[in-house]
Ligand binder design. Sequence first.
Ligand SMILES: NC(=O)c1ccc[n+]([C@@H]2O[C@H](COP(=O)([O-])OP(=O)(O)OC[C@H]3O[C@@H](n4cnc5c(N)ncnc54)[C@H](O)[C@@H]3O)[C@@H](O)[C@H]2O)c1
Length: 442
Amino acid sequence: MTEYRPLQQLPDPAGYKTGDVLVLVGELFGRGYANGLVDEAKRAGMTVIGTTVGRRGSDGTLRPLTAEELVEAETVLGGQIINIPLEAGFDMETVDGVPSIAEQLKKARPDDFATISFIEGSIEKACAAGSTRFRSRLAQLEAELLTRIPADANIHLAHSMAGGIPRARVFMPLLNRIFKGTGDKFLSSEIFWNSPLGQLCNTSFNEVTADTFRYLIEGTATLRARNTGAGSKVCYSAYGYHGTGVLINGHYSWQSYTPYVQGFAKMRLEDIASEAVAAGVHATVYNCPEIQTNSSALFLGVEISLYPLLHAIRREAGEQISAPLEARCQAMLNDGETIGSLLDRADHYLSSPILKQIVDFSTWPQHNSREQAELMLNSSAELMEKHRDQKQLVCAELSRIVFLATGRLMLHSSWNTVSPAIWLNHDIIGRLLADERGAGII
Ligand SMILES: NC(=O)c1ccc[n+]([C@@H]2O[C@H](COP(=O)([O-])OP(=O)(O)OC[C@H]3O[C@@H](n4cnc5c(N)ncnc54)[C@H](O)[C@@H]3O)[C@@H](O)[C@H]2O)c1
């Protein structure tokens, strides 16, 4: 069990200089977390090298980006991308002529989720084939990095991969019921998780979200040995999630989104970092706050704990810094609504006795209950309704602040890491904004 260790002090500036390199392992999307790391690396004068997950052709084969896609992806990144498809997972793997998991699920019906079965041994074989493919691509990536990065450069290898929902139609209606369902539509995450489909997700999440970090650390051992041997620093970071400390009823308290079934894989990610640190590798999992990105869109209600960041910024950074942000957020609300009423509504949800009963660090991640799901989803909807335009949300503004702030905190703190798993809570983000090291984020 990982010890809860929030970052409490702003990190000293890292020793990165021009010519040092950030390697982003995972593709960059417009509003994704990794934008913060990329932005900070560029501010430090580092060279940014990106990667791609690749694309699936119409026949299902994994391929690199086309020339056009590559230009587009390099424009988003503002740097070069090594065009080797790094998709992880195994849903499309065909082994010894046995149909892939995605193929086996093609005719599956959501109502049968508890009784669906797979060809014996096929999940294990597909998983092994998927990890072999991923590792061989990583070997190609390492060979490329060895030629592109000089031995005297410090390197930060940033893992941003998470995912693994198998590509089969049967999942979306079920996941929508688990994450967004109320009344008759509600589905217990625990019942799903213990079903064959839930256990398939467990294996797949572990592979994509967690084990890719191990493969990355193992697969870049030559690069690491060469550069550390030359006196350079080689650090690894990964994005974790394990709840966040936010202001609830005037106190910073740990809380979590429920049901975060991906949390089992996120804890495995922490364990991988611990093992790496024990073996002398600089590896840190940064447990980051709930924000709105492409990947979190499924988890309706995850954004509620982001609203109190406004409180934390006011408390830690003061009126002068928080007032313009609050004014921008106020302008996004309907007439008659105020930031105060928005924050009160979020606080009402976060301090609810129903959540207190369920959410617990030592037994995290918790499964949903009908009562909890309804409370969360109704609160989320009420908070959304306070906005003038559903495309201009306070949480989008706050998400940008969080990914920029965490990027700065991660890049610098990983230079002298203190623990394999560190929580970046709302208080340290507020304190960064109060400091010259946070200048320009708001
Ligand atoms: N959004 C949040 O609230 C939140 C909170 C804490 C941590 N995180 C973590 O931050 C990281 C980045 O996520 P994000 O929310 O910015 O979303 P994102 O969608 O921008 O990033 C997800 C990343 O996962 C990669 N990915 C997805 N499926 C993959 C597969 N099969 N193989 C290889 N790579 C795959 C994508 O290429 C992308 O790099 C993730 O590890 C996520 O768990 C997110």
